[in-house]
Design a protein around this ligand. Structure first.
Ligand SMILES: [Zn+2]
Length: 64
């Protein structure tokens, strides 16, 4: 197992065993942030929906 893997984030430094498959905690955090921001960047509800149904009662008890 002497194969050297380059960190996919900075593509500059070899992977560190401690932070596989990244080279450092910094790059591991960058990757995590990418995942999180991707998830939050795509809201489940379109803005149009909020404008077309502004008076939706909140006591219906239905949450799909
Ligand atoms: Zn890196």
């Amino acid at each position: 197992m002497s194969k050297i893997t380059i960190c996919p984030i900075c593509e500059n430094r070899p992977t560190a065993a401690e932070f596989k498959p990244f080279c450092s905690k910094r790059c591991a955090d960058v990757d995590l942030q990418k995942w999180l921001s991707d998830g939050y960047a795509i809201p489940g509800r379109p803005l149009d929906d909020a404008e077309e149904a502004p008076s939706r009662p909140t006591d219906s008890g239905f949450d799909d």
